[in-house]
Design a protein around this ligand. Structure first.
Ligand code: ZN
Length: 143
């Protein structure tokens, strides 16, 4: 399969689709030629970015619906950051602030936070509701 990850340029905000086998070669932005960085932790995205970052992403993508006041979210967050770093270019991890993106949260029927949804090819494959232990999250992601 011809899997490409979407990497957003930090310099010009262009969306680059990068072939996964080139991911260790530090690719450059197709628009401004700046060196691209593959995030090594979960990146916050909003409703506007969701379709490109999640629905059109071809590598498995984890979406963490969270809120700043949510204690259990703070337990899960470092685990997801760790996964984003360790499986960089293989699994993408993004965060959606559920308070700032209520329509998106409603669309995915997020009733409690944290809700962690795994997307494959833009479709929900599975979800965890509530703060799960590290082992359960790894298992959930088949790691
Ligand atoms: Zn650029």
């Amino acid at each position: 399969m011809n899997n490409k990850a979407i990497i957003i340029c930090r310099a010009c905000a262009a969306r680059n689709r990068i072939q996964l086998d080139k991911i260790n070669f530090l690719p450059h932005c197709g628009k401004c030629k700046s060196q691209l960085e593959i995030p090594d932790k979960a990146v916050n995205i909003n409703e506007r970015e969701f379709s490109e970052e999640v629905l059109r992403e071809t590598i498995p993508t984890v979406v963490d619906f969270w809120a700043p006041w949510c204690g259990p979210c703070r337990i899960v967050s470092p685990i997801l950051d760790e996964i984003a770093g360790k499986y960089r270019g293989k699994i993408k991890v993004v965060k959606v602030n559920s308070e700032e993106n209520p329509r998106l949260s409603a669309q995915y029927n997020v009733q409690g936070i944290p809700t962690i949804i795994l997307f494959h090819e833009g479709k929900e494959a599975d979800r965890i509701v509530g703060a799960a232990p590290r082992e359960n999250i790894l298992q959930f992601l088949h790691l």
